[in-house]
Write a protein that binds this ligand. Structure first.
Ligand code: 13P
Ligand code: SF4
Length: 317
């Protein structure tokens, strides 16, 4: 998009946001221009917390559908807008409600801990939700002998299992971005920059996590890159986070971890990148597309999300 057009959309968004008392919540995986215009930028947990407590009439979610649905569940009285309803999530898609219900029925007596990257229907089938910021602590908050189902991410599940040693069976789902990083290409960069630190999201595969210097959610990676004293970092999560890292640490070098398929460019979530300034402007103007959910699903899905938020609050997360 040319610069003049972008400026026009930004001015329009600012005007409409004030006129309509709207708030723009953006995930770290959005493009830099969207992060810069947002009222609040955060990871999944922080965005849920913000959605649950704000004075706006409209929440425009610059992120993917499961995030906007979580905002609607937490703030059902507000209008929640998502500029492109095709902004889904390969991880959420890897867990369909019908199959998951059967999985729960086939494994009775287990507490169902579900990652926030799921549809509202899956949340409604769950006992407690977690995000990558609090997954380990949420599982640790359960009694030691409690048997657990963890869904849908097999890598995060494996990470939580290794950290907690709990009795956990894991749903076999994955994210197309975080499973795409190439260990070989990462080790090559590491060789070229021996002083660099490799920091990775827990949705990455075990071999990548094993050679990493730090594992954490997007906000934990951001904080680490700020507090740590290295000058160069290899970032194994969606490359959008580098915008904030670079803003907060202008003197440091951030290198996106390369994907296995070197022809597909740097590691971006094609769902997150469906959101653009133009779509945000049109969405605010027309107040559509809007997220709508059945009352019954909202009630059932809210319970496990609130349970997570209470524990997070208690632990100061
Ligand atoms: P965070 O919980 O770190 O925000 O991650 C969300 C996500 O979609 C990871 O792919
Ligand atoms: Fe889903 Fe992966 Fe995109 Fe995150 S990066 S929204 S888990 S597809």
């Amino acid at each position: 998009m040319d610069h003049v057009k972008a400026e026009e959309y930004i001015e329009g968004i600012k005007r409409l946001r004030t006129e309509k008392n709207a708030i723009i919540l953006a995930h770290y995986y959005q493009t830099g221009d969207i992060q810069d215009i947002a009222d609040f930028v955060g990871d999944s947990l922080a965005l849920s917390q913000k959605a649950a407590s704000n004075n706006a009439d409209i929440i425009l979610f610059a992120g993917v559908k499961f995030m906007a649905e979580t905002a609607k569940i937490l703030a059902p009285g507000k209008k929640v807008l998502l500029p492109d309803l095709n902004a889904g999530c390969s991880l959420a898609d890897s867990c369909k409600a019908e199959d998951f219900k059967k999985f729960i029925d086939d494994n009775p007596g287990r507490t169902v801990v579900t990652y926030v990257n799921t549809t509202a229907e899956i949340k409604a089938l769950s006992d407690i939700i977690c995000t990558s910021s609090n997954a380990v602590q949420i599982v640790e908050s359960l009694p030691v002998d409690e048997k657990i189902i963890f869904a849908p991410d097999r890598n995060l599940g494996n990470y939580v299992l290794n950290k907690t040693g709990r009795d956990i069976i894991i749903w076999n789902g994955a994210c197309h971005v975080h499973e795409e990083f190439s260990l070989e290409a990462i080790l090559k960069i590491k060789k070229e920059h021996p002083e660099s630190k490799l920091i990775v999201h827990p949705e990455c595969e075990l071999p990548i996590r094993m050679v990493s210097d730090f594992i954490g959610s997007t906000s934990a990676l951001l904080l680490y890159s700020k507090k740590d004293d290295a000058r160069t970092y290899i970032i194994a999560t969606e490359a959008g986070i580098i915008h904030q890292m670079q803003k907060e640490n202008p003197d440091k070098l951030f290198i996106p971890a390369p994907p296995k398929d070197s022809t597909c460019g740097c590691s971006e979530c094609n769902f997150m990148k469906l959101i653009t300034l133009e779509k945000i402007y049109n969405c605010l103007k027309s107040e559509s597309p809007e997220i709508t959910l059945d009352e019954d699903i909202i009630l059932k899905a809210k319970k496990p999300i609130l349970r997570m938020m209470e524990i997070s609050k208690k632990l100061g997360l």
